[in-house]
Design a protein around this ligand. Structure first.
Ligand code: HAM
Length: 420
């Protein structure tokens, strides 16, 4: 086949008609689970002000320093959102959502953009679903957030996952820990990777996240943050863990789990899958009690997570889980000749009025081609219409699932569907 003149950008992919059904099935599940948990959907613009993302995520994070897509137009600086926490918080503050009262339980689904080197499970345009619970300090809110995340994966059947959890403490706990970590690493500074040496002064906790081989022996016996948590942070963490136990949500404490954004405080967690290769994080999140204030709101605690939808679909493939939306075609009208096609076009609205999904072939293709198309669309019934049927007034209605046929008049077909 000739090479196309125009192609998508590196790391950006088309989701083709053969794939959209599983996306729709996934989105339906997310909406349904969100309804059960009483989350409200929020949709924010794909572009934000660059300053919001830089302030929100932190200047020195990988995302901000290396991976953003941004451009100027006039005096304005635009950024394609790399994640949705800062945008949701911006919207919360801008729209005075605190006035709605109580904890805002928000969820979203949508594309995010990061200029990373593409590989399996890593794209430059990818999709996340996520939640942000804004307004409450209660450890039970952290647990509600995690319970929703786990519910979605359980419902789909992705259960061979590990929930890793840690507390990254409040800023004071973290300062104490950072200085202990630096004291511990200092004697071996020269043996650390270049990247870790760069992180040493500005962001030493990120060294714990290093994948470089030469850092591993130092990470393995580094001090753990739990020993430096304030009483308040330690008790919050303890309550999160005991509530997870009460809900039978298994977890593994990972004292070296740090997340890629600066906004995290206290609880931090990731859901890991063994089916994803090197990009093994299905989802991640945590508390960000200082972000609302950081971007101009009043001091408001919050917690959330986001999940990579492409990675979830890769895990489904590995586990041979098929996601099928319940939106198959109910009736596919197979027609022969122009008169039959015209009859079909006139009959479609009668089926649709009954709430059925119905279609026909517009290209006058062979019976074989039309039946193949009906099968591909997972049609429940085919209705066969040719000159003979039009003359006799009786049509073959074939139940594709039960492999049974009935000969019925137009009125009898409508009565059948009206009563089923
Ligand atoms: P994150 O860990 O950067 O967190 O992203 C969450 C998930 O998005 C990852 O676990 C992964 O599944 C997916 N993901 C990230 N980058 C890519 C990529 N380039 N290609 C494919 N999938 C990707 C956040 O985004 C935070 N906003 C989560 C959060 C919400 N924290 C609090 N509230």
């Amino acid at each position: 086949m000739a090479k196309a003149k125009y192609t998508t950008h590196l790391g950006m992919v088309d989701i083709l008609p053969d794939e959209t059904p599983k996306w729709r099935a996934l989105e339906n599940i997310i909406h349904e689970e969100a309804r059960k948990f009483n989350f409200e959907e929020i949709r924010t613009p794909i572009m934000e002000q660059t300053e919001l993302i830089v302030r929100g995520l932190g200047q020195l994070t990988d995302i901000v320093s290396k991976e953003i897509f941004s451009f100027n137009r006039g005096d304005d600086n635009y950024i394609l959102r790399p994640e949705c926490t800062a945008p949701v918080v911006r919207s919360y503050v801008e729209n005075h959502m605190s006035q709605r009262g109580g904890t805002q339980k928000l969820y979203y689904i949508g594309p995010m953009f990061r200029a990373e080197r593409p590989q399996k499970g890593r794209q430059r345009q990818f999709h996340q679903f996520g939640v942000e619970l804004i307004g409450a300090d209660n450890p039970l809110v952290d647990v509600e957030c995690i319970a929703f995340m786990v519910a979605v994966y359980n419902r789909i059947g992705i259960t061979n996952t590990t929930l890793k959890i840690n507390s990254v403490g409040d800023p004071e706990s973290r300062e104490r820990y950072k200085s202990a970590l630096k004291d511990y690493l200092k004697p071996n500074f020269d043996k650390l990777s270049d990247l870790s040496q760069k992180r040493f002064d500005k962001n030493p906790m990120r060294i714990l996240d290093s994948k470089e081989a030469e850092d591993q022996e130092f990470i393995a016996s580094a001090p753990v943050i739990q020993d430096y948590l304030s009483e308040e942070s330690a008790s919050h963490f303890k309550q999160v863990l005991s509530s997870l136990e009460n809900l039978n949500i298994p977890f593994e404490i990972d004292p070296y789990l740090v997340r890629g954004m600066d906004y995290y405080t206290r609880t931090a967690f990731e859901l890991i899958s063994p089916d994803l290769g090197s990009q093994d994080a299905l989802a991640g999140g945590g508390r960000y009690d200082l972000l609302v204030e950081e971007i101009g709101g009043s001091s408001t605690p919050a917690v959330g997570f986001a999940a990579g939808m492409e990675r979830l679909l890769i895990a489904c493939e590995e586990l041979e889980i098929e996601l099928v939306p319940d939106d198959e075609v109910d009736v596919y009208i197979v027609t022969f000749g122009d008169t039959a096609q015209t009859w079909g076009i006139n009959f479609l609205p009668k089926l649709r009025e009954l709430g059925l999904s119905a279609t026909l072939d517009f290209m006058g293709r062979s019976m074989k081609a039309q039946m193949k198309d009906a099968n591909r669309k997972n049609a429940r019934f085919t209705l066969i219409v040719g000159d003979n049927e039009l003359e006799s007034g009786d049509f073959v209605l074939r139940d594709m699932h039960a492999s049974k046929e009935e000969l019925l008049s137009e009125e009898a077909i409508l009565t059948k569907f009206r009563t089923t």
